[in-house]
Each structure stands twice: as structure tokens, then as C-alpha cells.
Write a protein that binds this ligand. Structure first.
Ligand SMILES: [Zn+2]
Length: 261
């Protein structure tokens, strides 16, 4: 599995070898081409375009068309040999955002993605453990959450639990909530029932595209903002009473804020 391809299934065609091949080459299963997506939120710090297929080329040209993203805590990810690049230098990008389309530009003998992870010193490290996992982080203990904007059809930037920020776009309904480490479930307004609890690092709560009109989180305090409404009271527990969840059935939410109890 890989979270740098739109279709998460991937095949590694060339692994990482220190000082020899300091990245990992991936293709979509069965060598199909795919859209390249951003591993982790960050800022595009370097983009190269206009390079043709140039087998045997060296230096920066060997990457072909590429995108390099700097992440929180100073790590970088790099996506090379792209056929098309969709982002610009200086652009803020989110996890899952489309960065470009797979190609064979630069020193490539076939269409694939060359993916690199670089540490704070901009040195290449083995990216294999991170193909489907978070980058190393100094802020691992920070718990974060993200929300999915049904209108923009994308995940919004990560927010830290306990900060003054909230997740969501006021006015746009929310279709999903991703919460690190804690258990969460949401009430699907369109279906009219509570979806299953989710609790691990890869699942989110919600049906993307459907609206959410109720939230429950175990072990944290939380409040929601109603679309065309206001913030409701903080909720400090989970139970079947009106004080045991955040939301009003039938009223979609557009933002959520989470803090510690
Ligand atoms: Zn490679």
C-alpha cells in the first residue's frame, strides 16, 4: 500500500539502496499509471518542469519533472519523473492533494514514480517505511484532526487538539473527520444513523459527500459549528442524552473544534 498514489495499491519496482538508489520506485499495481498525491501536508519548495525523457541523464535533470514538498518538522518528500505537474512553488499542499501525473521524464527507463524522503539536513533516507505511514516527527505527541470539505471535495489542513483553531470551512458541509488516536463516530445526516466507531490511524469517520449532523468523541472535549448557524456548547462526555453528543439531528455541521478534557 502507498499513500503517494491515488489508487493506494502499488508495486515497488526498484527499492532503496544506500548510495545507489536513494529513493523507491513505485507504479500502480500491474504497471498502470496513476495520479501522484501528496504524502503529508506542507509547502512546495521546488518544482521542475519542461524536462523530456532523458535516459542516462545526471544531476537534477535526472529527476525529470518533479515536485519537492517541505513538511512540518523539516522533513521533505520528493516526487520525480512526472509527466505533468499540477502545483507551483510556494503553494501550500495538503495530504492527498494531487501533485501531478506519473511519467518517465528525466533519467527513466519506463513510467514510474521515484519517491524520496529527506531528513532535516536534506539528506535522503529510506522512504520504504513511510510509503503508507506518517513521516518521523518531533511533534508525535501532538494529537491532530482533519475534516473533509464536501464542497471543495478535499481534506483540509490538519489542526492540533487543544489549539485555538478549528477544522472545517464555515458554510461548507463536512463529510468526514479524521482524528488521531482517539475514538470517534459521526451521525450521517443523509442516512439518518450513527456510523461505526473508528479509532485507528488510517480510518476516518463519515461518508465523504454525505453531511454530518452529530459527533461523539471519547476522552476529549468537542464542539461543532452548524452550517448557517453558530457554535454549539462544548460536549465533555459520550452518552445517549442530548448532552452526550455534539450536533442537532437534521442540521449539517461545517466545523469542529476539539480540546483536552
Ligand atoms: Zn528511482
Amino acid at each position: 500500500m502507498s499513500r503517494v498514489l491515488l489508487n493506494a495499491e502499488n508495486q515497488i519496482t526498484n527499492g532503496y539502496r544506500k548510495n545507489v538508489h536513494q529513493g523507491v520506485d513505485v507504479v500502480k499495481k500491474w504497471y498502470e499509471q496513476d495520479t501522484i498525491i501528496c504524502h503529508t501536508e506542507g509547502e512546495v519548495v521546488s518544482v521542475q518542469t519542461g524536462i523530456p525523457n532523458e535516459p542516462g541523464s545526471t544531476g537534477n535533470r535526472s529527476y525529470g519533472n518533479y515536485v519537492k514538498v517541505k513538511h512540518e518538522d523539516g522533513y521533505y518528500t520528493l516526487y520525480a519523473h512526472l509527466k505533468t505537474v499540477y502545483v507551483k512553488k510556494g503553494e501550500k499542499v495538503t495530504r492527498g492533494q494531487h501533485l501531478g501525473y506519473m511519467g518517465d521524464t528525466g533519467n527513466a527507463y519506463g513510467v514510474h514514480l521515484h519517491f524520496e524522503v529527506r531528513n532535516k539536513e536534506d539528506r535522503r533516507i529510506d522512504p520504504t517505511p513511510y510509503l503508507d505511514a506518517d513521516l518521523p516527527s518531533d511533534t508525535k505527541d501532538k494529537i491532530y484532526y482533519e475534516s473533509y470539505d464536501n464542497y471543495k471535495k478535499k481534506w483540509l489542513p490538519r489542526v492540533t487538539v487543544g489549539s485555538s483553531e478549528y477544522a472545517g470551512n464555515i458554510g461548507n458541509s463536512m463529510g468526514g473527520i479524521y482524528l488521531d488516536k482517539y475514538r470517534i463516530r459521526v451521525h450521517d445526516k443523509n442516512k439518518g444513523y450513527w456510523l461505526p466507531w473508528v479509532s485507528n490511524r488510517t480510518d476516518y469517520a463519515g461518508n465523504l459527500g454525505n453531511e454530518i449532523d452529530g459527533v461523539q468523541i471519547e476522552g476529549l472535549a468537542y464542539r461543532v459549528h452548524l452550517k448557517r448557524g453558530s457554535w454549539l456548547s462544548w460536549v465533555y462526555k459520550v452518552d445517549d442524552t442530548n448532552n452526550g453528543y455534539a450536533g442537532i439531528y437534521g442540521r449539517p455541521i461545517d466545523a469542529i473544534q476539539i480540546k483536552y478534557l
